[in-house]
Write a protein that binds this ligand. Structure first.
Ligand code: ATP
Ligand code: MG
Length: 248
């Protein structure tokens, strides 16, 4: 039985994709980990190691081939697409590398978007979206279009959108990947604040150890298997030393 504060419980998760030439490619092998309320976790690993595939399952955007995944104690494996969409909308805020903002909609509309399905009145949605924009310091930019903003500002809009639905969990796939290091650090400090001050649980994918250092736990994936799961080590080599020992 999962503990009450377990948000994510992955047990022996495997994921395979069908290959065009026939057969399947297995991408994840027996991935097992829990994330508890209030954690700030990084998922690290080289390109192609399966980080995004893993995150798509964590975020109920995809289902595992085998294994059991429980999100807030609910087994998502056999849910319909509608049920998955509802779980995502209620519980998870997503932040992506390329912001995923609607380019023809202004900042306020973008932040209001996830509130469409919440049964809120239009004025309530506007109020809530403005509150979130104030939180990320962009209250003066609500009528701007995304292409009128810097990368860091776009990502702050995406964070405001992720926070609008009041999720307890934020999933971020390379959230600073498209930003220079100054803007990236700003975003990471903001995540730190959300985690420490608001108790929001964060799971973040990154390639870079210096970025993972903002979190408090790192899960390192290599060739679809976890080869390190623990506190942030002093040096990155503690993650990769093990990598070389993994047998295929
Ligand atoms: N929908 C899919 N169909 C077929 N293969 C896929 C699919 N999604 C991912 N893969 C394969 O799974 C492997 C892992 O991909 P994934 O995107 O999870 O890696 P990643 O660790 O996120 O890499 P990166 O750091 O480059 O983003 C790759 O070999 C990829 O080609
Ligand atoms: Mg990826």
């Amino acid at each position: 039985m999962a503990k009450n504060d377990t948000i994510i419980s992955m047990k022996k998760i495997c994921k395979s994709f069908p290959l065009e030439i026939g057969g399947v490619q297995q991408v994840l092998f027996d991935i097992t980990f829990d994330v508890h309320a209030g954690e700030f976790v990084s998922i690290m690993g080289p390109s192609g190691s399966g980080k995004s595939t893993c995150m798509n399952i964590v975020g109920a955007l995809d289902t595992p081939t085998s294994g059991v995944y429980e999100l807030y104690g609910q087994n998502i494996s056999n849910m319909t697409d509608d049920q998955l969409a509802q779980i995502r909308n209620e519980h998870i805020g997503f932040v992506f590398q390329n912001f995923n903002l609607l380019s023809k909609r202004n900042v306020l509309d973008n932040v209001m978007l996830p509130l469409m399905y919440r049964g809120m009145s239009p004025s309530e949605r506007v109020r809530r979206a403005r509150e979130m924009l104030t939180r990320v310091g962009l209250e003066k930019f609500e009528s701007y279009l995304p292409n009128q903003l810097s990368g860091g500002m776009k990502q702050r809009v995406a964070i405001a959108r992720a926070l609008a639905g009041d999720p307890k969990l934020i999933l971020a796939d390379e959230p600073t990947g498209a930003l220079d290091s100054k803007m990236g650090n700003e975003i990471l400090k903001f995540f730190e604040k959300l985690n420490r001050e608001m108790g929001i649980t964060i799971v973040m994918i990154t390639h870079e150890f210096d970025i993972a250092r903002y979190s408090r736990r790192v899960i390192h994936i290599y060739d679809g298997r976890i080869n390190y799961d623990g506190p942030i080590p002093k040096t990155e080599s503690a993650l990769t030393t093990k990598t070389t020992k993994v047998t295929k």
